[in-house]
Ligand binder design. Structure first.
Ligand SMILES: [Cu+2]
Length: 150
């Protein structure tokens, strides 16, 4: 009887700790700028919040919106802002990772269709521990060009 109780408890605990793990990650504020003319690339920004007590990492982004979807960052090299692909983006325990202009971003290479203001598209982000999280990216008006992407 006691053994059975222990087994059930253990099973329940495992179940809940798994849920907590997946639930620790929330993604907010997904947005992208509307593309201009026949621009072949776009960028998506978002905020990842980690409510858990262990760090996680964003390791992949995927979506049908473009032929290739990559995780990128911006770096300064000889006073020139450049982009570079990154393997992963760290999300500290109890903290957040911001994908924002001039920093980390999701690069959409080879857009299948123009990004139109007011529309949205789904992206699937994969976290090392929390697994896949599907989010919507809302397309906003093109701001006066701050940064140039090829
Ligand atoms: Cu980029």
């Amino acid at each position: 009887m006691n053994t059975l109780k222990t087994l059930i408890l253990t099973a329940l605990l495992c179940f809940f700790s798994q849920m907590a793990l997946a639930g620790a990650i929330t993604v907010n504020d997904g947005w992208a700028r509307a593309s201009i003319g026949k621009a072949r690339a776009g960028i998506a920004y978002l905020t990842v919040q980690n409510g858990g007590d262990s760090a996680d990492r964003l390791i992949d982004a995927a979506g049908d919106v473009a032929h290739k979807v990559e995780l990128h960052t911006h770096i300064m090299k000889d006073d020139v802002m450049m982009m570079r692909q990154v393997e992963s983006i760290e999300v500290p325990a109890g903290g957040k990772a911001e994908l924002k202009p001039g920093s980390y971003h999701v690069m959409l290479i080879g857009l299948k269709a123009p990004l139109k203001e007011g529309e949205s598209f789904p992206l699937t982000l994969t976290f090392e521990k929390a697994g896949p999280v599907r989010i919507m990216i809302h397309i906003q008006k093109t701001a006066s060009m701050g940064m140039k992407h090829k």
